[in-house]
Design a protein around this ligand. Structure first.
Ligand SMILES: [Zn+2]
Length: 355
């Protein structure tokens, strides 16, 4: 991609349109945090789940507060979606919805993640959950022309055996688009990712990429700890900025941080949006990507998150284009799959610069 000298091809009032039209990748997005209120209302009615009965009430129940006490508090926002998503049709429809919603703002490549074991409370197997999400994602992706891959997420609060079985199911679903294995959940209560070393080993030896959530509690030490499972990418991990040696290690190992500023503000990991260190990390040379985490829990589109980084953190358009390009560069894709996405992105940028 040619170097963009600080462009004047975009006026301030064009910013949101520019970022909406930008062909973006999104690498850190949770399925169950992206349940739209209309589908939630229908699921609550037809599945007889105790939930608000009107759209505004449902929306208020699905969007987490702008400021939670901590990560565990933010995670309570997932209880209702998970209660509503306990059958194959519900999971398939949600996956379809999320892919279409992202395509509508020109996300061209997405990695959709979720914890299949959370959806087994009413009898589905982990494999059935994975297959249902894959069906919904795949059919929508084919229609709207988006590339979708799936990341299977283990939960820190689940047992060693449950997460090991999940890794086996994830490996068996590679043909369905599963590309990586992840760990998420309450970090303060379950701080040690090596508890699940066995599950990570099964996933890795089965050909899946390894990522995990880290640094949502416990500061830079937790990001350092995450490196013990040798991930390719870390979900969050922004607090690494506080530890210069750790940043050097991330750079040396080429480990990427998939950052979500608004979500981290909600989880009280940073004092405010203006303190989020995405630009400090990027300028220091740590590879970072920009993502939303959740469509409804944070009530946020990816285009809006780009706009926030521009307006509230003062990122240049050049820097934001670099973050988007990094997303394609580090996506869990084969090189032959990555090349056309990068070429399309570069062509789009070049065309805009020529205008
Ligand atoms: Zn996440």
């Amino acid at each position: 991609m040619q170097k963009v000298h600080e462009p004047d091809f975009i006026r301030p009032d064009d910013d949101l349109r520019f970022f909406t039209e930008l062909p973006k990748p999104e690498l850190h997005l949770h399925l169950d945090g992206s349940l739209d209120p209309t589908l939630a209302l229908e699921l609550a009615r037809t599945r007889k789940v105790d939930a608000p009965r009107d759209w505004a009430g449902m929306r208020a129940a699905l969007v987490a507060p702008e400021r939670c006490v901590d990560q565990a508090d933010l995670l309570r926002a997932f209880d209702l979606p998970i209660a509503l998503l306990q059958d194959e049709e519900a999971l398939e429809r949600l996956a379809d919805h999320v892919v279409r919603a992202k395509a509508a703002e020109n996300v061209r490549y997405m990695e959709l993640r979720w914890g299949p074991h959370l959806h087994t409370a009413k009898g589905l197997t982990q494999s059935q959950v994975i297959a249902a999400v894959a069906r919904g994602a795949r059919s929508a992706a084919a229609e709207v022309g988006v590339q979708v891959r799936l990341i299977v997420t283990a939960l820190r609060s689940h047992s060693v055996d449950e997460n090991r079985a999940l890794a086996v199911a994830a490996v068996a679903a590679k043909d369905l688009g599963v590309v990586a294995f992840d760990l998420a959940g309450r970090e303060a209560a379950f701080p040690d990712p090596l508890t699940f070393k066995d599950a990570f080993d099964v996933a890795r030896s089965g050909g899946l990429a390894i990522t995990l959530h880290a640094g949502e509690w416990g500061g830079a030490a937790q990001v350092r700890r995450a490196l013990e499972v040798a991930p390719t990418r870390i979900a969050h991990g922004a607090v690494a900025v506080d530890d210069a040696a750790l940043c050097e290690e991330l750079i040396a190992r080429g480990v990427v941080l998939d950052l979500c500023p608004s979500s981290n503000v909600q989880a009280a990991i940073v004092p405010g949006y203006g303190d989020f260190p995405i630009l400090a990390l990027h300028r220091r040379g740590v590879r970072v990507t920009l993502n939303t985490d959740d469509l409804i829990v944070s009530d946020l589109t990816l285009s809006e998150e780009y706009l926030r980084v521009r307006r509230r953190l003062g990122a240049t358009v050049t820097e934001l284009l670099a973050l988007a390009r990094t997303g394609y560069e580090v996506a869990f894709l084969k090189e032959a799959e990555r090349r056309p996405l990068l070429a399309a992105f570069d062509a789009w940028v070049e065309e805009r610069l020529a205008q």
